[in-house]
Write a protein that binds this ligand. Structure first.
Ligand code: SF4
Length: 217
């Protein structure tokens, strides 16, 4: 599964818009009993259904590879409490048969491995998204499904930063919400800051939870 920050970094690496990335590289699926779609990387149209970014020289998007690739063969999970706090982050080491990493002589901890793979940049964004996704375990769409207008807005704010930027600056958004002038300045060009705002806006407009970053006027 691709997380919002994965999509952001991949579209930057490829030099395309988030819209273009979503059109060309992902499949969006809704699992039964869930209330927010999953974004899956669309595999190449070859017999082995390989990753589209795999080349003879290796990963063509390596510096911006998704979080799951970065941590492989370690999986990260989080326990989220009823107040939406991350109570615990845990790691599972489950290398599949083909993984050569398990033959490595050097010992690693989950922390040193994450540091080695520059996983910290992803960590904060991934955990914030985990908290928000956790909320989607309950239906916020009153039975209309995530294809309803609010559902589409939430998807845009979290997975399609370029469309969200257009929405922020070309609608009444900035008149309706209090956002620091410095943040407004930064989100004009800073995709990561914009994605953070997108996360906090989803918390506000769906569940009415304001944050330091955004509140109603
Ligand atoms: S690390 Fe491998 S699976 Fe991940 S994006 Fe790169 S080529 Fe694809």
């Amino acid at each position: 599964m691709l997380y919002p920050y994965d999509v952001l970094r991949l579209k930057q690496n490829l030099g395309i818009s988030s819209d273009g990335f979503l059109d060309e590289h992902v499949d969006i699926v809704l699992r039964p009993g869930t209330h927010f779609p999953e974004v899956l990387l669309r595999m190449a149209d070859n017999e082995e259904k390989t990753c589209p970014f795999l080349t003879e020289k290796g990963c063509s998007v390596y510096p911006d590879r998704p979080d799951t690739c970065r941590r492989f063969p370690v999986e990260q999970g989080a326990v989220i409490d009823e107040n939406l706090r991350v109570k615990e982050v845990f790691h599972l080491y489950r290398p599949p048969g083909f993984c050569l990493g398990k033959n490595e002589a050097q010992p690693w901890t989950s922390e040193s491995w994450s540091r080695n793979q520059e996983g910290e940049k992803h960590e904060k964004m991934t955990l914030r998204w985990a908290q928000i996704r956790h909320r989607f375990q309950a239906d916020p769409w009153n039975g209309q499904g995530p294809g309803c207008p609010n559902g589409k807005m939430a998807f845009m704010a979290t997975y399609n930063v370029d469309a969200f930027r257009d929405f922020v600056f070309n609608s009444s958004f900035l008149k309706r919400f209090k956002i620091k002038t410095e943040t407004v300045r930064r989100i004009k060009t800073d995709d990561v800051e914009l994605l953070k705002l997108g996360f906090e806006w989803v918390m506000l407009f769906i569940w009415g939870i304001p944050s330091k970053m955004i509140r109603p006027r």
